[in-house]
Design a protein around this ligand. Sequence first.
Ligand code: NAD
Length: 485
Amino acid sequence: MNLNDQSRILNFIGGQWLEPSSGEFLENVNPATGEIYGQIANANNQDVQLAVDAAKNAFTTWSVSTPEFRFKILNNIAELIDAHLDELALAETTDNGKPLWLSKRVDIPRASSNFRFFATSIMHFATESHVMEDKAINYTARQPIGVVGCISPWNLPLYLFTWKIAPALAAGNCVIAKPSEVTPLTGFLLSKICKEAGLPDGVLNILHGTGDSCGAAIVAHPEIKAISFTGSTRAGAHIASVAAPRFKKLSLELGGKNPNIIFADCDWEKMMRTTVQSSFSNQGQICLCGSRILIEKSIYEKFKHEFVERVKKLTVGDPLDENSKQGAVVSKLHFDKVMGCIQLAKDEGGTILCGGEVVKPEGRCAQGYFIQPTVIEGLPSTCRTNMEEIFGPVVTLQSFETEEEALQLANCSDYGLAATVWTQDISKANRVVLKINSGIVWVNCWLLRDLRTPFGGVKNSGVGREGGWDALRFFTEPKNICVEI
Ligand code: NAD
């Protein structure tokens, strides 16, 4: 298997790598250098049709294969991802701009964990039965849906792509999957790994291209019966409007504007260390990053000074350099968006406590898209900077005096993905977590992930849950069978 052939990213359909039927290619850019280093097939509805035909064909055998057979193949994929950790991590960093150490420690290991987790899950998946005393027994069969679509974003490319594909395949579906056109490389390399791992042709088809062309064709295709989407709220709303009248199953994991609530009685050192990470990991481009930091008034000044000092020490630079804590943001488009958000914060009257400027590293990264980690204060809770998702290395500070005020600030967002609460008072923590409007809350930690737990948001952060049994339930259709006794 040659994972070094990365310059021409082709569609993987029916076990073969095919040119796009339109002949059209997009440019693949390394955001750390600004260089174009590859071409990406831009699939359209003809390519999607080919993939659906291949998937339907494969479904007849894959859907009735034993869980043990699927376990073995998915586990092989996990093993091969581990065996190719270094090549995959370098590909992820080249495509995305994130530090290489982060790709090696987080992104790629999590991709193999996703396959391993769902490979074993399907061996233990069970369904319900409901006995009607002496009248009847109901039991629920959970059958694969058929051909399903998985569409993922650029921030954690292989990590989130496999988080959808693995449960879909484990449950016996055949998949048409599309990674982000901004970061398609590891999705392309995954196609080679799947072939090597013995995944039957047509079971997984990986198509590339823009949301408007490839993504839209997947969502609209009448024979793709379920869509699992992670991305922006804007695209999620559009996808819902197309999928709903076609009665497709939908899982939407969308944007966030997550609050960190910091009470005065927290474990100071742990909170400080973790809050720097939860603000700026992956250049702030994790949907779970806390972007609104809410601090109890009595510790606000102390927090502000120490936090800013620590943030100023985060080295921004070449993602291949072990010392870089921050790499490049993902693209020129996103760079312009984030810089525009920083300007908006200034226009809204915010004070930039640190950062706010472009970074120009010397050497090979001189033309890359680097932004200083930025901390802003002095803005009202309902201004655009505090309401709209920035998805970059930018956080705001706000203070609160009471628990009620902290909750009011936390919940005044249209989003509801995740929140973090810092306090040593267990009763206060439990009171507060139940009143936060979000799908996920961390207490005295951040990004501690157990893959069995439900993952997803409320309000504009989406509908549905991924992870554990929720994912296997999403990717199966329950059928109740009632047998009279
Ligand atoms: P995006 O919505 O622009 O794109 C996501 C994916 O959807 C890409 O593959 C894109 O090509 C495709 N797409 C875009 N328009 C489409 C359409 N009309 N039909 C079908 N497919 C379409 O998002 P992005 O900029 O790649 O990612 C950043 C966003 O993702 C942020 O808002 C972030 O919060 C969100 N995100 C959410 C989670 C979560 O779990 N909730 C995780 C990571 C990222």
